[in-house]
Design a protein around this ligand. Structure first.
Ligand SMILES: NC(=O)c1ccc[n+]([C@@H]2O[C@H](COP(=O)([O-])OP(=O)(O)OC[C@H]3O[C@@H](n4cnc5c(N)ncnc54)[C@H](OP(=O)(O)O)[C@@H]3O)[C@@H](O)[C@H]2O)c1
Length: 315
């Protein structure tokens, strides 16, 4: 590959496209991938220009490039996917996708550029569209990991921090909800249930050899996930988190990011469609296995994203 300074590095053996590499546990995962796999290319989709240069400087690996993408805009996702597709002409084959970007809002009223409730738009629909556009470019074998959360499980004890998910007709989920922090956090839990539904529906459509997984990092309080709660709310969450990190259900971004990177690059974790919790395949909540909801979400997401419907692979 040609670098900006005219020097060359060997052509990469494969390419991973990644979202959410700018901070939090994704930043750790991106740096880990670059340090441990200098033979592979990492193409990051991020909102702020300059991330690839920062990652190259912090890891000493220049096999990294970026495409600017705001996941809260279908038009931006389409432009970014086209840029990724043309970049792939000179990169190694696309055999990895790590969808780590996600957000939690202190309201359910904020909207994406397309008028979709922000949490559902970014955490669920953005991946539906992005993966639909990248699907024709995947090599075989390839691995797709989309980051979900254990808060998708209505029976999880979140110490009252996150209300349980409330699934609904996906057209209703796409509409703005109430302007309260509680409903914002509920939208987050619901969106992570949607991630699992999406992964199950995607498994039925991806070709044999292209595996897709949802991933739960566990509770990682030292990230910026709660930043929409404002300076005080975010600081309070991080303070409580510091105490919680001593318990087995919580961990640091350093640990969670490393495990996520290892899941991305290690041996095949398990059957396609599986839920991986902190590096281990386990069943997700009983509610998260629901083919009717999965297919309904798929159809509505196709419609909202302006995609032609994608047929399932014959069983
Ligand atoms: N922290 C936890 O306790 C926890 C638990 C379970 C699951 N997770 C999941 O883990 C993933 C990483 O979260 P984190 O805790 O590391 O949070 P974080 O520090 O807030 O990082 C979130 C990442 O998502 C990106 N992002 C957010 N909105 C975006 C948009 N519209 N377009 C493009 N990128 C966007 C951010 O980019 P910018 O820098 O541009 O904002 C950032 O890179 C998320 O999917 C989250 O839901 C976290």
């Amino acid at each position: 590959m040609n670098q900006d300074d005219g020097s060359t590095t060997p052509s990469p053996t494969g390419t991973t496209v990644m979202t959410g590499a700018s901070r939090g546990l994704g930043r750790v995962a991106a740096e880990h991938l670059l340090r441990r796999h200098p033979d592979r290319h990492l193409l990051v989709l991020n909102r702020r220009p300059g991330l690839a240069a920062e990652l190259a400087a912090s890891t000493g690996n220049r096999n990294v490039s970026e495409v600017i993408c705001d996941l809260a805009s279908f038009a931006d996702i389409r432009r970014a996917a086209a840029e990724v597709a043309s970049a792939l002409d000179t990169l190694g084959p696309l055999d990895g996708f790590l969808g780590n970007a996600g957000l939690q809002m202190a309201t359910a009223r904020r909207l994406t550029a397309d008028g979709i409730e922000m949490t559902f738009g970014v955490n669920v629909l953005a991946y539906h569209l992005l993966l639909a556009l990248l699907r024709p470019h995947f090599a075989v074998p390839a691995r797709v990991v989309v980051v979900g959360s254990d808060v998708h499980d209505a029976d999880l004890n979140t110490l009252g921090l996150i209300p349980p998910p409330r699934w609904d007709d996906p057209r209703e989920l796409a509409k703005p909800g109430r302007d309260t922090a509680r409903e914002g956090r509920r939208a987050y839990a619901t969106s992570k249930l949607g991630v699992i539904y999406l992964v199950h529906a995607l498994r039925r459509r991806l070709p044999e050899g292209v595996d897709v997984y949802s991933y739960n990092p566990g509770m990682v309080p030292d990230t910026d996930l709660s930043r929409d709660a404002g300076r005080f709310g975010h600081a309070a969450y991080r303070l409580v988190g510091k105490a919680l990190v001593k318990f087995p259900f919580a961990t640091t971004s350093a640990h969670a990011g490393r495990l996520l990177a290892e899941t991305m690059s290690g041996p095949r974790p398990g059957d396609s469609g599986s839920y991986i919790s902190r590096g281990e395949v386990i069943p997700s909540s009983p509610e998260s296995y629901d083919e009717r909801r999965e297919e309904e979400l798929w159809a509505v997401a196709d419609d909202l994203c302006g995609l032609a419907s994608t047929r399932r692979r014959p069983a």
